[in-house]
Design a binder for this molecule. Structure first.
Ligand code: ATP
Length: 506
């Protein structure tokens, strides 16, 4: 796997996976563009998730809800009030930081000083952050007394009191300038699932238990976007809301933990590289009964969240439903006088209306892509002493499945065969097949190793029966297939090539 984030950033830029957003105007922080290979890899990850969670199950429906949502949705979901991170300003530089990031990035001694000032210890970092948020005046004094430095200037800062900063992007809707004509870009895809709960139940006749799966963009105005695509302001999520009978929720929670870990494994991210964090009670989000955070060991960053699997009880449907008082909700929810729908479903045994509990596996596509790349990244020293970088991606994730290379790009007999092979293989529907005549063969192999192409097919003079050594023509109508991982080269008949490739990649 990759030994540093820099290694991955450099590969991504060099080979066209990921670029800085708005780069030709100096870039926009927290926004990235996926290039020719990045878009393929991302699509393949999303397709693998969709296959596993929608097609291979009989208890799931898909959804693609809109990104801009009614402000009432984000009000009743709790996001207007609580979707914020604590922020502090340095009065000297006018720079603004996320409080926990700022403290975490200080030297150990400085961190210990802050903790001491607050009467906490650095062993329990979330508790320290909570104390700073709870006592803003004391926090400001503690940061200053401890000599917390501004990462931008490197100087000790003059820190304000921490304030909550809401991370939602607001946008005006329509031509009127009236104060109420605004909506939010969704900060998570989940809310579109809850607001469509009744539509999906009514249109599919689903009974409990069942889930709704969605993949899509979400937007968070992160105070300090950083670490490449790990923390961005425009992200993509793959989320499931799995609705079940209250009382069966804990069992389903375990089911989803197991199921998701085995999915990561199938994408080349083994369990041994993921720590399961059973989030301590005091750190749980207000809606959660229990949450497992899957913490992947990212290069340079260490263990950080790649996916959260939360038991959200009946909080979400309970928050968005009308007639809350008569539903016997378990979660404590804010009063809702705006909703026009009753979000219940018949209990499978009693047929009485019930607000189901929800298990939510929520993974980030960008963080998934980073983990998949990091695991696949391999540096090898070859027999001749040279070094090669190879992306050992699972074939179903590889951005390019096969590169078809004509050995001479100005010989029509050869290029026409290569083009016909490319068209043939493309028709298999496995993903992108590339006709590759951009340079010498050694360079082409090296490039395809670096982007993880499982097979290179080379059409040469033997293929067209014109071997230089005047061979017996036994190689006519065959091509060379080179294996990315073993470097083995095999001669395969053109007539058998499609089956040969399909049996290895499908
Ligand atoms: P963090 O604590 O790292 O900010 P979070 O707990 O806020 O993450 P969730 O709200 O649980 O994250 O979101 C679910 C998933 O969405 C995360 O596991 C992560 O994969 C992804 N995600 C969340 N925020 C971002 C972001 N700013 N950039 C990229 N991916 C993100």
């Amino acid at each position: 796997s990759a030994s540093s984030m820099e290694e991955l950033v450099s590969l991504c830029k060099r080979r066209g996976f990921i670029f800085q957003g708005s780069e030709i105007y100096g870039g926009l922080q927290g926004f990235y563009d996926y290039g020719p290979l990045g878009v393929e890899l991302k699509n393949n990850i999303k397709a693998a998730w969709w296959r596993s969670n929608v097609y291979e199950r009989d208890d799931m429906e898909g959804l693609d809800a809109s990104i801009i949502m009614h402000r009432q949705v984000l009000r009743h979901s709790g996001h207007e009030a609580t979707f914020s991170d604590p922020m502090v300003d340095n009065k000297k530089t006018n720079k603004r930081y996320r409080l926990d990031h700022l403290v975490k990035d200080q030297k150990d001694a400085v961190q210990a000083q802050v903790a001491e000032q607050m009467g906490e210890s650095t062993d329990n970092f979330p508790a320290l952050v909570a104390a700073l948020v709870r006592q803003p005046a004391r926090a400001s004094a503690a940061l200053i007394a401890a000599g917390v430095r501004d990462p931008f200037s490197g100087e000790v800062g003059d820190w304000t009191e921490p304030k909550p900063f809401n991370m939602m992007f607001k946008t005006t809707i329509g031509p009127t300038a009236d104060e109420d004509s605004y909506g939010y870009l969704r900060p998570e895809t989940a809310q579109g699932i809850f607001t469509n709960f009744k539509n999906v139940v009514d249109s599919t006749s689903r009974r409990l238990p069942f889930g709704i799966a969605q993949i899509g963009k979400a937007f968070r105005n992160e105070i300090t976007p950083r670490n490449f695509i790990f923390r961005v302001r425009e992200l993509e999520q793959m989320e499931i809301e799995f609705f079940c009978v209250p009382g069966t929720d804990e069992e389903w929670h375990e089911h989803w933990l197991e199921r998701r870990l085995s999915w990561w494994e199938a994408q080349g991210v083994p369990r041994s590289r993921i720590q399961i964090l059973d989030v301590p009670k005091e750190d749980l989000a207000h809606y959660s009964k229990r949450t497992y955070d899957l913490m992947y060991d990212y290069p340079t960053l260490g263990h950080e969240e790649i996916e959260g699997i939360a038991n959200r009880t009946d909080y979400d449907l309970g928050s968005h439903t009308k007639a809350q008082a008569e539903l016997g909700l378990v979660a404590s929810v804010e009063e809702n006088l705006d909703s026009i729908a009753k979000l219940t479903i018949p209990h499978p045994e009693t047929n009485k209306p019930v607000v189901p509990f929800v298990i939510e596996p929520s993974a980030g596509v960008d963080r998934a892509l980073l983990a998949v790349l990091s695991e696949a990244f391999t540096k090898e020293t070859l027999e001749n002493g040279s070094e090669r970088i190879v992306l050992k991606l699972k074939p179903h994730l590889a951005p390019i499945k096969v590169a078809v290379i004509p050995l001479a790009r100005n010989r029509e007999e050869i290029t026409s065969v290569a083009r016909a092979i490319k068209a043939d293989l493309q028709r298999l529907g496995l993903g992108r097949v590339l006709y590759e005549d951009s340079g010498n063969i050694g360079k082409a192999y090296r490039r395809h190793d670096e982007v993880g192409t499982p097979y290179c097919v080379t059409v040469d003079f033997d293929t067209i029966g014109q071997s230089a050594e005047g061979s017996d023509g036994g190689l006519k109508d065959t091509v060379t297939v080179r294996d990315r991982d073993t470097l083995a080269q095999e001669r395969v008949k053109i007539s058998e090539l499609a089956d040969w490739i399909r049996s290895r990649l499908a």
